[in-house]
Design a protein around this ligand. Structure first.
Ligand code: GLC
Length: 818
């Protein structure tokens, strides 16, 4: 023991010296004149030194063992902050805390200096970040590939209740985690023409002659696994012009024209998700997709060949996962590289392509399935368009050869949509070019088989498979909720940290122990106080931490039905005012989330939440029973504070429309109870956790489909429910918008006439479920028993489990040393 304590002291002293050296020699400050941000940078750089040592070891091991590598291509990585993640996985968190405290620096304060890396929109991007961490923790040799956006997801500012988008500037103070690799750079072409190089009678050979070339420069960020099991690389590409300045033009006085190419080239990695409501925006988006796909494929092939491996062995050593259709152009680009550059015969190239690529689908919403106008593709990527036509023609030939002549079927699986002005269907391209297509929850995968890909599924029944999403417990339990983690470890032992999937189950008997439930509730109180403090500081609103914290945080989208939650809020408000004699359970309704900049309806819903909040929060007749807050600028760091503090998790999407959801898992892991529809992964959660420990309500996906086939006019539903009618009327008539009474007339009338997301149809069931929430809250023994069981039974939703399934079924890889 004494020896261990001495070792720990040694570590602290060494780390302290390292921090001081970084502060002096890398940041250029000394303790006397360092700001918080300087300290943050010094600690991050000190941690990075440790990362680098392990990084070197990991990549040498992969080379030696000839391991197959996984390449995860994703246009989004929603990483958030990395300091605690890295220190914690390196086992240095306590060391760093102690070292800083000896230096008189508050760790929590400098932790907050790190900007969020918000290189993603929501669930899809955060999933990619969880997967990177899990792959490193499971010793799988993996690279993430994406774009190093100069500006991540916009910063949301709420002004007078309206969302405003401001540029996000995460790189303003540099990024201590990344390494610029100017020597790793590839040429990316656009436009131009295709030369036919073969003489008559020879095998056709083509060469793409782009008329525009830009450069992709690599930036590497090490990703360390739990207990530094291994360190992988996230390689993000930055776009640069071939030449920084056209000197001749500059000297001729055309100072802007001299840098026009630079501006054009660099706009590719300027912002995450440029608005695609304009043609220029669409083109930029396609450029981004091709840019990062081409750079990544060139890079991974170069690595493969450097290891003296033959191009033919690509699928034996390389597995490429396409995260959604955004990288689907990889099918055509890999074919181009194999056929035009490496001179493989077409069918051989096709075999390698399909064997190497796999594709994850994240949504069935028709508006979210990408397609590109043929004319745009022809202009920007002429050789790829030829290749897509050829893939399509050979495919249709092969089906005809099997006596499949069904015209409708051939039309539906075609890569070209002839009905909507000729467009390339990227989902179909990704399907055809991949040996595995997976959905992200069991329900979603089944619906995929029945809807978007039903015809493909008939032809290739073995290709579609399910991989239910998961989340990394390191970030979403140990780091975001250290107090609860300590309590759990105290109950079931240290093993929890290394093997949470199995160990969490051991918590089940503790649900029956009153003393444990009390401690569990006390941890929640602690987290609620922290959130209340944040809300007070940022918004000047005080919250009653004894009330139910009822939380819906996620992107604002009609199918996620924040509107249903708001209607319940208004109905509850009216009921509380009308029936003061009822013993209402006090509630705090918490909302947060961003709306896409051009999504007007979603922005109006944000305004409505704020209008409702403004009215309700000052109504003295409520006696503080109900508060509503919309916390601006939802991001990963905010989620880390909100999720541990939630009593109730709102997962209320229209059944059949949320592919999986992942915040649902994070909330349950932290012991919140879910009110939700049988949608996405809620279905599997209810199987694991038990329906009796959740509040499941509303139509099933099947009922939704049937109801939608009838009509979407809701007059009958509204007439049947006085409560719903009252809430709708209050919003419509301007009770919450006296400054502009007509503000919500269109919103409410639209809902009545055509309720695409069945908000009104599910209202009564939702109201009833919410009353069950109140009832359970009043019997704390039962509430906290269910809460403990939620935590105990969420182990299966670890992203380690998900990644193991990908590794075994799709990638066919093991971990180092397996
Ligand atoms: C998308 C889906 C969401 C899913 C996530 C990760 O964001 O909308 O349901 O959880 O992708 O697969």
């Amino acid at each position: 023991m004494a020896e261990e304590a001495a070792k720990a002291t040694d570590h602290v002293e060494t780390f302290k010296q390292l921090i001081l050296a970084k502060l002096r020699y890398a940041v250029g400050k000394d303790p006397g004149n360092a700001f918080d941000h300087d300290w943050f940078e010094a600690v991050a750089l000190a941690a990075r030194d440790h990362l680098v040592d392990h990084w070197e070891d990991a990549s040498l091991q992969v080379d030696r063992q000839d391991q197959k590598r996984v390449y995860y291509l994703s246009l989004e990585f929603l990483i958030g902050r990395l300091l605690v993640d890295n220190l914690s996985n390196l086992g240095l968190l306590d060391t760093a805390r102690e070292a800083l405290s000896q230096l008189g620096v508050d760790f929590e304060q400098i932790r907050d200096m790190e900007p969020d890396a918000a290189l993603g929109n929501g669930g899809l991007g955060r999933l990619a970040a969880c997967f990177m961490e899990s792959m490193a923790s499971l010793n799988i040799a993996a690279h993430g590939y994406g774009i190093r956006y100069e500006h991540g997801l916009f910063r949301q500012v709420v002004v007078d209740g309206w969302q405003q988008e401001h540029t996000e500037t995460w790189l303003d103070f540099g990024n201590p985690w990344e390494f610029e690799r100017p020597e790793v750079s590839y040429r990316i072409g656009f436009g131009g023409s295709v030369a036919n190089l073969a003489g008559s009678g020879e095998v056709p050979r083509h060469e793409w002659l782009p008329n525009e070339q830009i450069r992709a420069i690599a930036y590497d960020t090490p990703v360390v696994g739990w207990r530094h099991s291994s360190v992988n690389t996230l390689r993000l590409w930055r776009a640069r012009a071939e030449e920084d300045l056209k000197l001749e033009r500059f000297n001729a006085g055309d100072h802007f024209g001299a840098v026009a190419d630079v501006v054009k080239a660099e706009s590719i990695s300027r912002v995450l998700y440029p608005a695609d409501s304009t043609e220029a925006g669409q083109e930029l988006r396609l450029r981004q997709e091709f840019f990062f796909v081409s750079a990544s494929l060139q890079d991974l092939i170069a690595r493969h060949l450097e290891l003296n491996l033959d191009i033919h062995s690509l699928p034996d050593r390389v597995a490429i996962q396409l995260n959604d259709t955004h990288p689907a152009i990889a099918v055509a680009e890999l074919m181009r590289l194999l056929v035009d550059v490496y001179r493989l015969e077409w069918f051989e190239a096709w075999k390698l392509t399909v064997a190497t690529l796999s594709y994850t689908n994240h949504t069935l919403l028709p508006e979210a399935l990408e397609s590109w106008p043929v004319s745009l593709m022809e202009r920007l990527l002429p050789r790829h368009m030829q290749i897509i036509y050829l893939i399509n023609a050979y495919h249709i030939d092969s089906l005809r050869a099997k006596e499949i002549h069904d015209f409708e079927l051939l039309r539906s699986i075609s890569l070209i949509d002839e009905d909507n002005g000729r467009r390339v269907r990227m989902g179909n391209l990704a399907f055809l070019g991949s040996h595995s297509i997976n959905g992200v929850s069991s329900l979603h995968t089944n619906l995929m088989r029945k809807s978007v890909f039903s015809d493909f599924h008939r032809l290739y029944p073995e290709r579609i498979n399910n991989k239910t999403n998961g989340v990394t417990f390191r970030r979403w339990l140990y780091q975001s909720n250290p107090q609860l983690t300590e309590l759990l470890v105290g109950a079931v032992g240290d093993e929890l940290l290394d093997n949470p999937e199995a160990t969490l189950r051991k918590l089940e008997p503790f649900a029956a122990k009153a003393s444990f439930r009390k401690q569990f509730a006390a941890q929640r109180q602690h987290a609620k106080r922290e959130l209340a403090e944040l809300v007070r500081e940022r918004m000047g609103i005080s919250l009653d931490t004894q009330a139910i914290f009822d939380v819906q945080v996620k992107r604002i989208h009609e199918y996620k039905r924040q509107l249903l939650n708001l209607l319940h809020t208004v109905a509850l408000y009216q009921a509380m005012r009308n029936d003061p004699a009822t013993d209402w359970a006090p509630r705090v309704k918490i909302f947060a989330g961003k709306a896409a900049a051009s999504y007007h309806q979603a922005k109006l819903i944000i305004k409505l939440a704020n209008d409702i909040s403004r009215t309700i929060n000052v109504d003295p007749t409520l006696r503080g029973l109900l508060k509503v807050v919309f916390i601006p600028n939802y991001n990963v760091s905010l989620a880390e504070v909100i999720i541990p503090a939630a009593d109730l998790s709102e997962q209320i999407s229209t059944a059949g429309l949320e592919a999986s959801g992942t915040s649902n898992m994070k909330f349950a892991l932290n012991g919140a109870l879910t009110i939700g529809t049988l949608d996405g992964a809620n279905v599997e959660m209810s199987e694991q956790i038990g329906r009796e420990n959740m509040f499941i309500f509303g139509m099933t996906a099947q009922q939704v489909a049937a109801r939608s086939r009838r009509d979407l006019n809701m007059s009958a539903e509204v007439a049947a429910s006085e409560r719903l009618a009252g809430a709708l009327e209050a919003i419509r008539s301007g009770v919450f918008s006296p400054d502009d009474p007509g503000r919500y007339v269109g919103l409410i009338d639209g809902l009545l006439a055509h309720d695409r997301f069945l908000v009104c149809a599910d209202f009564q069931a939702y109201w009833d479920a919410q009353r069950k929430v109140d009832m359970l809250w009043r019997t704390p023994d039962r509430w906290w028993q269910a809460a403990v069981l939620n935590t105990a039974r969420t182990g299966w939703f670890s992203s380690d489990r998900t990644i193991r399934e990908y590794a075994k079924d799709i990638w066919k890889v093991g971990g180092i040393g397996d």
